[in-house]
Each structure stands twice: as structure tokens, then as C-alpha cells.
Design a protein around this ligand. Structure first.
Ligand code: GLN
Length: 462
């Protein structure tokens, strides 16, 4: 662009053409924001013609998960209850990316309210995996991962509450970074489970993920859980050398029942890092595989049941025209507006929090959460990062797991502990099995995104 070999407008148009051509079959985008994309691109071309300095991401096309607000654009969270909802303001991440000159192509499909691992729970139909259209892209940020993998965007934003950035990145052969809890503002993200949610990038390379992360991270007065991490990131950037890196491989993450080929592919990837000079040692995280999923599926729905109470047919979104009194406004609007999986989780969560069960479920799950955090703290005393598979399988067929919620939940077995502990983690493409991508997950210490990103760059070179 700077050399004027092509303009920002041409680049944007090329992606919009590609979306016109392929979105019907992949269904990555729910909404294409064509006009604003073209005017954002034009603004960058004007800056270039005027010889002005360009911001970090000038003219770069971005796809945004449809649970992140972009002012003036529809924001549905893939739910019927928000089908007509127009975002009244920009999420902080969007505001920051606009300041960096990004061009927003549109909003991408997800499992309703980000609940799912296949994007089949969308009220508007499933997204398909660009590597094999009969298979799912993973979820819940399946539209964002498919947009990047299918060349419908350069980069994308996803959200990760229990793997929703990393698992679809793994299924689609993209890079996905879940930042440390608090590293990125959640202001303007439609809340799922507030103690777990984080926004992060899905990209083609680790370097691209680093650029997007750099643009969105940092403290925001509108999100009291956000903190400034910049200084720490700058500092450790200088010290990184693969020969100094100790990688822990938790033995529990290579378990019975996982795909043997996935296990082999991930172990090969770890061997590559060892050959390049990293020290690899076996570690143990007993709580994180045995109990994380169970604790997650108590804590997450409890928070879901509280967060989704606001969709009452009055404050936001759909209101049932059939309601005859106030009680029916609530029950019919929610009954007609929410999908099956969302209702299931609201019921689980309400049950877990109810009097007499609170101690047995929610409180117990929170204690397990502390055990998981202690597990990681102990291991991070002797290693710098932890390497695991991102998912136990490659992308499965559409319809394979929709009848059995529990088998869908098991797709999250390697990713949820990271959210419970608030750690940063990246999924990197590390090979293919019969044409289907496999993901390597690298988990870092709190606020050491730079380390996992740098390791990602080195791994890509290898
Ligand atoms: N598969 C996870 C779930 O259904 C993913 C949630 C997420 O990260 N948004 O809860």
C-alpha cells in the first residue's frame, strides 16, 4: 500500500468480492458492513496520498465476532433475541482498532451467545470449515476462524470463555490467542461468563496476532477488571531466546480416548521445539484435566444465568407480541428468543446457584478453580510455558455431536483450565491429518503473551 502497488480500497474490495463469492457456502459472515468498510479504506488511501504517517494496522481488513459491538452495525450474538439489535457504541477493542486504521468487513457467526464448540448453535445456521465443507469450523468463534482460513479476511476478533478462540483456530488451521484475563477490555463484549471472557485475535500468523493484540491490550476505565500489561510485555520481549526456554508437557493432556494421530502430530511439534534448543520436560497438572471441565460447566452456566437475565423482553431485543401480562413478557420473550443450548445453561446455572445447592455446586467448583490455579502456579515455577494439544480431535462432521451435549462439552477438555486460571494461551497450526488441521496449544504465565507469541513465530519458522 505504501509503495502504491495497490490501494487500501482495492484490498478491501478484493476481500468483499471474495465474501460475495464464498460466504454463501462457508457462512462465516452474518453481516457485511460494506459501505463503512469502503469509507474506512478510502480514509487510509487519503492518508497515503497526503504522505501522512500511517497507524499500525492501516487498511488491514478485519472480521469481528458478532458478540462484539461495532457502532451502527447489527450485533446479534447469533441469537433470535438480539436479531434486530443495533450496537449503539463501539466496544473498546473496536475503538482502539479503528484508531489504528483497521477496515472492518463485517460481523461473524458464532454459537448463540458463544455457547458451543461447533458454531452449530447459531440461530442463523452453521458455519462450515473451509478445509472441508462437510465439517464444523469449531466454536464458538467459528465464523471468525473460517473467515481467516477461507481468505475472507486478513484477521479477526473472537472471544474465549472456555476455548472459543483456540479450538476453532485449531480446527481451521489458524492462529488464535486468548489473552490473560484482564489484558484486554471487555467493554462492549456481550457478556457470557464475566470471570472467564476475554477478547483476542484470530490470524494467519503469530506475528499478525501480536500486532492485533498490541493494538487492543491495556487498561480501560470502562472495564474495572482490565489492567495495564504493556510494560511487562516490553521488558520480556528483550530477553527471549529459545535456548533459554523451558517447556513443560503435562502428561495428563495425552490421554486415553484422544485421537492417536493428533497426539503424534502434537508430540512431533514439541520435538521440533526441543531440537531448536528449548528444554522440554514432563510436568503434571492433575486437576486441570480431571476436574477443569466439570468446574467450568458449573461456574460458566452460573454466570450465564445471571448475565442473561437482562434479556427480559423489555430492556433489550425481542419482545413477544403474544404476551398478555408482565409475567408473559418475560416468559414468552425468553422462551421464543433463546435457543435450546442457551436455555439448558440458564437452567443449569440457576440450579447450581439456588439455595441449598449453592454450597454443593458453585462453591465447590470455585474451590476446584483455586486448585487448578495452584496447579499451574506450581508448574510455572519450573517451566516458562506449557505445551499441549488444543483439541482431542480434528474438525468433526456437522451434526455429529448436536444430539449429545455432553460429547460437545468434551471438545473443550484441553482449553477450559486456561480460562479458569486466567492464563494466556495460543493455538498454533502444527500439521494436518487427512487434510484437516491440528492445533498446538502454548500456555504462558499471566501477562506473558509476548513469550507465547514469540515462541509461535519461532515455531512457524521451524
Ligand atoms: N465450548 C465452550 C462452551 O460451550 C466455549 C465457550 C466460549 O469460549 N465462548 O462453553
Amino acid at each position: 500500500m505504501v509503495k502504491k502497488e495497490f490501494s487500501a480500497l482495492e484490498l478491501t474490495k478484493a476481500f468483499l468480492d471474495e465474501i460475495d463469492k464464498s460466504n454463501e457456502k462457508i457462512f462465516a459472515f452474518l453481516t457485511v458492513t460494506r459501505d463503512s468498510a469502503l469509507s474506512q479504506a478510502k480514509r487510509i488511501d487519503d492518508l497515503i496520498s497526503a504522505g501522512q504517517d500511517l497507524p499500525l494496522l492501516a487498511g488491514i481488513p478485519l472480521a469481528v465476532k458478532d458478540n462484539i459491538m461495532v457502532e451502527g452495525a447489527r450485533c446479534t450474538a447469533s441469537s433470535k433475541i438480539l436479531e434486530e439489535y443495533i450496537a449503539p457504541y463501539d466496544a473498546t477493542v473496536i475503538k482502539k482498532l479503528k484508531e489504528q486504521g483497521i477496515v472492518i468487513l463485517g460481523k461473524t457467526n458464532l454459537d448463540e451467545f458463544a455457547m458451543g464448540a461447533s458454531t452449530e448453535n447459531s440461530a442463523f445456521g452453521p458455519t462450515r470449515n473451509p478445509h472441508d465443507l462437510s465439517r464444523v469450523p469449531g466454536g464458538s468463534s467459528g465464523g471468525s476462524a473460517a473467515a481467516v482460513a477461507g481468505n475472507l479476511s486478513v484477521c479477526a476478533l473472537g472471544s474465549d470463555t472456555g476455548g472459543s478462540i483456540r479450538q476453532p483456530a485449531s480446527f481451521c488451521g489458524a492462529v488464535g490467542l486468548k489473552p490473560t484475563y484482564g489484558a484486554v477490555s471487555r467493554y462492549g463484549l456481550i457478556a457470557m461468563a464475566s470471570s472467564l471472557d476475554q477478547i483476542g485475535p484470530i490470524t494467519k500468523t503469530a506475528q499478525d496476532a501480536a500486532l492485533v493484540f498490541e493494538a487492543i491490550e491495556g487498561k480501560d476505565e470502562k472495564d474495572s477488571t482490565s489492567v495495564n500489561s504493556k510494560i511487562k510485555n516490553q521488558k520480556s520481549k528483550l530477553e527471549f531466546k529459545i535456548q533459554n526456554l523451558r517447556i513443560g508437557v503435562p502428561k495428563e493432556y495425552f490421554m486415553k480416548g484422544m485421537d492417536k494421530e493428533v497426539e503424534k502430530t502434537v508430540k512431533n511439534a514439541i520435538n521440533k521445539l526441543e531440537e531448536a534448543g528449548a528444554e522440554v520436560r514432563e510436568v503434571s497438572l492433575p486437576y486441570s484435566t480431571d476436574y477443569a471441565l466439570a468446574a467450568y460447566y458449573i461456574i460458566m452456566p452460573s454466570e450465564v444465568s445471571a448475565n442473561l437475565a437482562r434479556y427480559d423482553g423489555i430492556k433489550y431485543g425481542y419482545s413477544s407480541p403474544a404476551a398478555k401480562n408482565l409475567m408473559e413478557v418475560y416468559s414468552k420473550s425468553r422462551g421464543e428468543g433463546f435457543g435450546k443450548e442457551v436455555k439448558r445453561r440458564i437452567m443449569f446455572g440457576t440450579y447450581a446457584l439456588s439455595s441449598g445447592y449453592y454450597e454443593a455446586y458453585y462453591l465447590r467448583a470455585q474451590k476446584v478453580r483455586t486448585k487448578i490455579i495452584e496447579d499451574f502456579n506450581r508448574v510455572f515455577k519450573s517451566v516458562d510455558v506449557i505445551a499441549t494439544p488444543t483439541a482431542p480431535t480434528t474438525a468433526f462432521k456437522l451434526g455429529d455431536k448436536t444430539k449429545d451435549p455432553l460429547s460437545m462439552y468434551l471438545a473443550d477438555i484441553f482449553v477450559t483450565a486456561v480460562n479458569l486460571a486466567g492464563l494466556p494461551a495460543i493455538s498454533l497450526p502444527c500439521g494436518k491429518i487427512q487434510g484437516l488441521p491440528v492445533g498446538l496449544q502454548i500456555i504462558g504465565r499471566h501477562f506473558e503473551e509476548d513469550k507465547v507469541l514469540k515462541l509461535g513465530e519461532i515455531f512457524e519458522k521451524l
